[in-house]
Write a protein that binds this ligand. Structure first.
Ligand code: OGA
Ligand code: NI
Length: 357
């Protein structure tokens, strides 16, 4: 199965609809999926100071252990957490967001030069999935690759003054941080620190960025910026606007609105780590609400296994009492689902579960 070369119908940029007084029918969600009048709560995903895990020597072992324990609890209880003091400079985070804001504020004809297709999704896009007539989400995005190196193509990156250097530097720094997080997760699962990284393919991992742009929306109660989904890849590091909330995470049966800490990364477990960990860690559903008064920008950095190696529950976590829950599947094969059908909750990872006797 391959993704088609082209979209099933003409692409409409959500940004171009934003000033109309109403949301077109194509974006109106069925009542059960609309942002409900869920009681607002004060709950927030855990915020963890990552500093103790930045250096492997001359650190305080007690603090390191306490930080690992916080990450472990957050992975089990939430599948989501924020990290602060993560070692990526606040200036670089600000500059990167600025570059992307500039891109989305270029005249439409300039952005159209980067229009994407469902074949690779690279470039400027306005939908996920290729089902004709599907109800769409209220967002535009830009998608590009950092790794593997053979997929990195500056011709497919936007041309913004200083943009390439800033985006490149952001990619290098976030890859480094993801490597540190992978070590923490491996240790927390009870494995050698390089274990998960090796399962992902060592240095041959995949790293890509989707920059989401959520324009203002005249009727935010009728639609979603991004429908409920779990991330298909390994792990996601999200940088978002600290002044405009929007991301909601499923906790038990309600939706918790994330309050981003300044210069924090929001980290979440993706489906591939759910599979490798034999569901010890779960990828958690999340979605995005839109705002009537403010646009919102977010950078979702996806850290993925090498795309052609089979991913399956690690032997160390498979026991007689807890048999392997998932069959092996490459990430290439796995991600076709969302690329064809768009965001659909946790239907994919649930559907590949091995039948149990
Ligand atoms: C994503 C995602 C959340 C956000 O891009 O997969 O969940 O806040 N983004 O934009
Ligand atoms: Ni996501």
């Amino acid at each position: 199965m391959n993704c088609p070369q082209d979209w099933p119908e003409p692409i409409v940029r959500v940004q171009s609809l934003s000033e109309n007084g109403v949301v077109p029918d194509r974006y109106i969600k069925p009542p059960t999926e609309r942002p409900s009048s869920d009681h607002p709560t004060d709950a927030n995903i855990p915020i963890i100071d990552f500093q103790p895990l930045l250096s492997s020597d001359n650190g305080d072992d007690g603090l390191r252990a306490a930080t690992l324990a916080k990450i472990s609890e957050a992975c089990r209880e939430w599948g989501f957490f924020q990290i602060v003091n993560h070692g990526v400079s606040p200036e670089l985070l600000d500059q990167t967001q600025k570059v992307w804001r500039e891109f989305f504020h270029l005249p439409m004809e300039m952005k159209q030069a980067y229009a994407n297709s469902p074949k690779t999704y690279e470039g400027y896009g306005s939908r996920l999935g290729v089902e004709k007539g599907a109800i769409l989400d209220w967002s535009d995005y830009y998608f590009l690759h950092f790794l593997p190196f053979c997929l990195k193509d500056y011709n497919k990156w936007p041309s913004i003054p200083d943009g390439r250097e800033v985006i490149d530097e952001y990619g290098r720094e976030v890859v480094k941080l993801c490597g540190r997080l992978m070590k923490a997760l491996s240790l927390n699962i009870g494995l050698e620190e390089d274990f998960l990284q090796n399962k992902f393919g060592g240095q041959d991992i995949g790293a890509c960025l989707r920059v989401n742009f959520y324009p203002k929306c005249p009727q935010p109660d009728l639609t979603l910026g991004l429908s409920s989904h779990s991330d298909p890849g390994g792990m996601t590091l999200l940088l978002c606007d600290e002044h405009v909330a929007g991301l909601q995470v499923r906790k038990d049966n309600s939706w918790i609105t994330v309050k981003p800490a300044p210069h924090a990364f929001i980290v979440n477990i993706g489906d591939q780590i759910q599979v490798l960990s034999n569901a010890m860690y779960k990828s958690v559903e999340h979605r995005v609400l839109v705002n009537p008064a403010k646009e919102r920008l977010s950078l979702a950095f996806f850290y993925n296994p090498k795309s052609d190696i089979p991913i399956e529950p690690v032997k160390e976590l498979v026991t007689e009492d807890r048999p392997a829950l998932y069959p092996p599947k490459t990430f290439d094969e796995y991600r076709l689902y969302i690329r064809m059908r768009g965001p659909k909750g946790k239907s994919q990872v649930d559907s590949i579960k091995c039948p149990r006797g």
